[in-house]
Unconditional design. Structure first.
Lengths: 203, 170
């Protein structure tokens, strides 16, 4: 897993930082936040499709991680552990949002109009206007397709395809069995293939 | 025993090998179609990876600053919570037990302090002997004396019709 670190920071092992955090060192926690904030924000953004919500959920996740870091025993890697917190926070939020929306299917839970085309997570390579427009349309199609998946299916497909996590790491992060991860991956892929085939075939 | 979905996913991600791989591929009705499906899934994966690749978090420093502030605020709130602990069930039980014990100790002490006088058997017998049993067949006289410094004496009479002129309780 790639992290956002400087060479000096990389010298300090993650376990050492975690131990310092457990002793109440907030500076050590800052370093862990710097390492993971971008990936965690992007992961949440890809699940909720709203920059402000993703920001708030990432903040909530890190606060929860700080509060419960004393319970981290090092049986799994730190990023698997924090991903579990992130997934719990995000999936819980999506479920509550679904309830507020009157139990609507995920097709309707997040509308296309809520997606900010100027979001920072849109690939930025200074494209030409027509290319930018096309990129926004593609991004909107992907977001819409992902929003039609259940929160658990979103989490699995994003962790596998974007984060390139192993089955057992995804299972640990979601607190389920490897078989469940593989089964969810099967259905999530099928759904996305059906809804996005015309896009990725023509890009 | 893996389900078909699990086997398919493992096959698609190149996680099957040896006999398991051979058995699964042999079980597929159309291997060529399955291979095309696998290529399609890989294309989807690469497409998602390319389109959803994480970009730098805008205002990353502000993100950390805001988080730092929030953690400091919550830690301060936590400290206050430690100084004024919540009334958990075990704490309630212990507090209740302690309060009850204190109440009982105080009550016993107060009762001992304000104990009514005890009946004096000796004086009662004397008093009863001075009552005329013919004139007062059902008379009963008791005398109580308190032990405290007030020296209170209580004379309790029942069924007493009359007393002789020289009757004196003490």
């Amino acid at each position: 897993m790639q992290t956002e670190t400087t060479p000096a920071q990389a010298d300090v092992s993650e376990l050492e930082l975690v131990r310092r955090c457990q002793a109440g060192d907030t500076e050590a926690f800052d370093q862990l936040v710097i390492r993971y904030r971008t990936r965690i924000f992007a992961m949440i953004y890809n699940m909720v499709h709203n920059e402000q919500d993703a920001w708030d959920l990432a903040q909530d996740s890190f606060v929860k991680a700080w509060k419960s870091i004393k319970r981290f025993r090092g049986k799994s890697s730190f990023y698997t552990w924090i991903y579990r917190i992130v997934m719990n926070v995000t999936i819980d939020w999506l479920r509550k949002r679904q309830v507020k929306a009157g139990g609507a299917e995920f097709d309707d839970a997040i509308q296309l109009k809520e997606i900010d085309p100027a979001s920072k997570t849109v690939p930025k390579a200074n494209p030409l206007p027509h290319q930018r427009m096309e990129g926004q349309e593609i991004r909107a199609r992907i977001d819409r397709a992902i929003s039609q998946l259940s929160p658990e299916h979103r989490a699995v497909i994003l962790m596998k395809e974007i984060e390139e996590m192993q089955y057992h790491e995804i299972a640990e992060s979601l607190g389920c069995s490897i078989g469940t991860v593989m089964s969810r991956l099967f259905y999530a892929r099928k759904k996305l293939q059906n809804s996005l085939r015309d896009v990725y075939e023509n890009v | 025993m893996k389900t078909f979905e699990e086997k398919w996913t493992a096959w698609l991600d190149g996680q099957l090998s040896g006999k398991e791989l051979a058995d699964f591929e042999a079980s597929l009705p159309d291997l060529a179609a399955a291979e095309a499906e696998r290529r399609d899934a890989h294309k989807l994966g690469a497409f998602l990876k390319e389109q959803l690749a994480p970009q730098a978090l805008s205002n990353a420093e502000f993100f950390s600053h805001q988080l730092h502030e929030r953690i400091a605020r919550e830690d301060r709130a936590g400290d206050r919570g430690t100084r004024f602990p919540r009334w958990t069930i075990p704490r309630l039980v212990w507090s209740g037990t302690t309060a009850l014990a204190l109440f009982l100790i105080t009550a016993v002490w107060l009762i001992n302090q304000h104990q009514p006088g005890q009946q004096s058997e000796y004086l009662t017998q004397i008093l009863n002997s001075r009552v005329d049993p013919v004139a007062n067949p059902n008379a009963t006289v008791y005398i109580f004396q308190s032990k405290n410094q007030n020296k209170v004496t209580v004379l309790w009479t029942e069924g007493l019709q009359s007393l002789s002129a020289d009757y004196a309780a003490k």
